[in-house]
Design a protein around this ligand. Structure first.
Ligand SMILES: [Zn+2]
Length: 257
């Protein structure tokens, strides 16, 4: 990617950032489209979820909420860690639901469907698309700031060179962009936490809040997460709300339903 980036810079001059942005945008789109069909199988084995009570329960939930899903996969997550997870990936016909085998092993069927209902919530509420859009905007800002930055030879000089080059500019930029990226991640984490609450509420309304609460508790144990971290730490670093907050929020949705 750096070679591609360098070539764009040599060919396009000051407006290179637009081309670099478009290139990264295309790569990002391709990655999210083919993540489960091409990239993931390199590292893990994915197999279709076998017919049985779990598959039937999931299909019943999907047809109830009008959500067409053909690809229900199980991933051998236990190969590397005891962490349990489930996710949704791909766009359009490529879309897949992936359940870790570790998740299936430790959860009851209602809990598994509740986790899946949460993932469906992300999809239905268009969080996947807005997340992608957000990272595209973030990348655009980054390239634009970099294109201004690279015009100043002082940064290359600070790193001991008499001649400004793209590579040195990148290095200096990497160091100085830290605070900006920190500010941007505050915003994206805030949005991500909001989306988690929304997906929890969706699962509670369309399926079963109590089962989701149970699932979240177990997940918190198997992922060794802190159930009640300090709010300041959460504000800076958490993309998901802490367990206790999620449980309380689900409780509220159950009571108002
Ligand atoms: Zn989520």
């Amino acid at each position: 990617m750096i070679a591609l980036f360098s070539l764009t810079y040599q060919l396009a001059g000051p407006s290179f950032w637009i081309y670099a942005w478009v290139t990264v945008a295309i790569l990002l789109l391709l990655t999210s489209m083919f993540y489960t069909s091409v990239l993931l199988p390199i590292f893990n084995k994915l197999s279709p979820l076998a017919n049985g009570e779990l598959r039937q329960s999931i299909e019943a939930y999907c047809s109830k909420t009008g959500f067409a899903i053909k690809n229900l996969m199980v991933m051998d997550g236990s190969k590397r860690s005891s962490k349990a997870n489930a996710f949704f990936s791909g766009i359009g016909a490529q879309k897949k639901i992936v359940l870790f085998d570790t998740l299936i092993a430790n959860h009851s069927i209602p809990e598994l469907v509740a986790v899946l209902a949460h993932e469906t919530g992300h999809y239905k509420l268009k969080h996947t698309q807005s997340g992608l859009l957000l990272s595209l905007i973030q990348t655009g800002i980054m390239f634009f700031v970099f294109s201004i930055f690279i015009q100043y030879p002082q940064f290359a000089e600070a790193l001991g060179s008499t001649k400004p080059t793209l590579e040195l500019g990148l290095l200096a930029f990497g160091i100085l962009y830290g605070p900006v990226s920190m500010a941007l991640s505050l915003a994206t984490n805030f949005i991500s936490r909001k989306h988690e609450y929304e997906a929890d509420a969706y699962a509670t309304k369309t399926y079963n809040g109590v089962a989701l609460q149970e699932a979240l508790k177990k997940l918190s144990v198997s992922n060794l997460s802190n159930p009640d971290p300090h709010p300041t730490y959460v504000f800076f670093y958490y993309s998901h709300p802490p367990l206790l907050h999620r449980l309380r929020a689900i409780e509220k949705v159950i009571q108002t339903a």
